[in-house]
Design a protein. Structure first.
Lengths: 131, 105
């Protein structure tokens, strides 16, 4: 009876552990997939205006600026740099002063999520599972 | 003759300045302090950030396309509207912020 209870406990524990390791190698786990979706929502809400729906720097406000907003699919900047420019704005890193500082508007998680999303859509980036 | 012309020009310039007005629009609680504003061509609008976070002001209207950048609490940015027409003003950081400025002759 006692060993049956012990087995049951193990099965319950295994049940909790499974979803975290259920992803096949080379595929994004559920948490990563959600991060991707969350990042896309942040991007679509706050970045599309200038950077465009496909992140190619061709949003509806892009014609206002010279140089044009960055094509984020081709960006060669690393995640730390992207996080810094998103948080502090373009002027803080001697780039376009028209890139607003989003640090007061977005949460840390939202900034991490959108940086992750930008990595996913970047043509030069590694696959999601390798990031 | 020259001094007469100069005097005329000065008078004209003074008359223009006397008619041009300056309006103030606040940015508070993620809203413009008014949803619409009527001004005359040549008038200036000062957009003042009264929130404890950054705001931006831009417009993509055909009459007037501009971006005044982002600025913190207590600061303002001015824009003069010389052409008559309707100018839709927005904030790039807070997409719910909208203001329509009607510029008349």
């Amino acid at each position: 009876m006692r060993s049956a209870f012990k087995t049951l406990l193990w099965l319950v524990a295994l049940g909790f552990a499974l979803p975290a390791s259920a992803a096949e190698p080379g595929q994004a786990g559920p948490e990563e997939a959600y991060k991707d979706v969350r990042g896309y929502i942040v991007y679509k809400t706050h970045c599309v205006l200038c950077h465009g729906i496909h992140a190619e720097g061709d949003g509806r406000a892009a014609r206002n600026y010279n140089p044009r907003p960055a094509n984020l699919r081709l960006s060669d900047k690393n995640d730390q740099y992207k996080e810094m420019i998103i948080r502090n704005g373009g002027a803080a890193v001697s780039r376009s002063p028209f890139m607003p500082p989003w640090g007061q508007e977005l949460t840390d998680e939202q900034i991490r999520d959108v940086v992750y999303y930008l990595g996913v859509i970047n043509v030069n980036s590694k696959t999601v599972s390798q990031r | 003759m020259f001094s007469r012309n100069l005097f005329g020009c000065l008078l004209l310039a003074l008359a223009f300045n006397a008619t041009a007005a300056e309006f103030e629009v606040g940015q508070k609680d993620k809203q413009f302090s008014m949803s619409s504003l009527k001004i005359k061509a040549g008038d200036t609008v000062n957009f003042v950030n009264q929130d404890p976070f950054f705001h931006n002001v831009f417009s993509l209207s055909d009459v007037k396309t501009f971006d005044l950048g982002s600025y913190p609490q207590g600061q303002g940015r001015k824009m003069t509207f010389n052409e008559p027409g309707v100018v839709e003003v927005e904030c790039a950081i807070h997409s719910q912020m909208k203001l329509v400025i009607e510029v008349t002759k």
